[in-house]
Write a protein that binds this ligand. Structure first.
Ligand SMILES: Cc1cc2nc3c(=O)[nH]c(=O)nc-3n(C[C@H](O)[C@H](O)[C@H](O)COP(=O)(O)OP(=O)(O)OC[C@H]3O[C@@H](n4cnc5c(N)ncnc54)[C@H](O)[C@@H]3O)c2cc1C
Ligand code: SF4
Length: 274
């Protein structure tokens, strides 16, 4: 049986699975993807709200989408994510740490990411999968806000360290199948999001609302620096440093490269004049 604990401070956390809004943890428990003796409710311990460029990890997507202090790319990425009910519960910290939506992984196939020998998606059904960084695992990172934050050059503060958002993520390899660098029990506390001169988030999805990104494109311009980042493109949020001609699409994801080309040029045109 799983118990719910509510520690009075971060120092009192002793193992278990951290839970904030629970919109990802609860379904995973129900589906048997997560097993734990203790759910550790950290909602009361997380900073929440927006002060200048600092965003508490406990801030909900709904709070971010309606704040005029938040850069446009992040606001729009939150507004286009999930449903109003999920955005009212889901925190930005939990959103950055959500698991892949790969159907093989969710159905508990013994695939590479679950510790097995092969990626079932590479040879199977993969129209929603990756076109970058997909050699061992072809999953596509589902977070819209993560791409926006990557383009905006956000940094994170945990209870143990400060790091650029890009360093929260890693591609899996034979020795280590994890997609993040977060240590067991490490708590994401705050994000620092520098204000850009202009930013935008564009999202292609299967329907107009309540759908994960097939391709999400975030672009931000600050002074002479312009960054473009992609959601739904690689197992991790993907900073587009080379061109889209460096993509490695699978047969079923080649269309995503064309979608990305159209969205990237539209995004760059928007921030050039924004
Ligand atoms: C049907 C559905 C549709 C969705 N559509 C989209 C979409 O289109 N775009 C999109 O971007 N997202 C989408 N999401 C994801 C949704 O935004 C996330 O589930 C939500 O933001 C997670 O936040 P939470 O607080 O509920 O996380 P939780 O479920 O509480 O936690 C998620 C994970 O993060 C860990 N965690 C949470 N907070 C912290 C912290 N502060 N420090 C360390 N670890 C932490 C938990 O241990 C867990 O592993 C969708 C989700 C669902 C269920
Ligand atoms: S894409 Fe990744 S999560 Fe999906 S089957 Fe392949 S290895 Fe598993």
């Amino acid at each position: 049986m799983t118990s719910l604990v509510q520690p009075a401070s971060l120092d009192e956390i002793r193992g278990g699975v951290l839970i904030a809004g629970g919109t990802e943890v609860v379904p995973q428990l129900a589906d048997g993807l997560l097993e734990t003796e203790a759910l550790v409710d950290i909602t009361g311990l997380l900073p929440r709200g927006i002060v200048g460029t600092t965003i508490g990890a406990g801030t909900t997507l709904a709070e971010l989408e309606s704040s005029s202090e938040v850069p446009e790319a992040l606001r729009e990425a939150c507004r286009l994510a999930a449903s109003p009910q999920l955005r009212a519960m889901g925190t930005i910290g939990g959103n950055l740490l959500q698991s892949t939506r790969c159907w093989y992984w969710r159905l508990r196939y013994p695939c590479f990411l679950h510790g097995g020998d092969e990626c079932h998606a590479r040879t199977g059904e993969h129209r929603e999968h990756a076109f970058f960084g997909n050699g061992l695992c072809a999953s596509a990172h589902p977070s819209d806000p993560a791409a926006a934050l990557l383009a905006l050059g956000a940094t994170l503060r945990t209870d143990r360290r400060e790091l650029p958002l890009a360093e929260l993520y890693r591609l899996p390899d034979e020795e280590d199948r994890r997609l993040t660098t977060l240590e067991a029990g490490e708590v994401l506390l705050e994000l620092d999001v520098p204000a850009p001169d202009a930013s935008v988030y564009l999202k292609a999805m299967d329907r107009k609302r309540f759908s994960f990104p097939l391709v999400g494109v975030a672009a931000a311009r600050a002074g002479e620096v312009t960054r473009v980042a992609l959601a739904g493109a690689a197992p991790v949020p993907w900073l587009l440093e080379g061109g889209l001609d460096e993509a490695t699409p699978l047969p079923g994801t080649a269309y995503k490269v064309e979608v990305a080309e159209a969205l990237v040029s539209r995004a760059l045109a928007t921030i050039a004049s924004g």
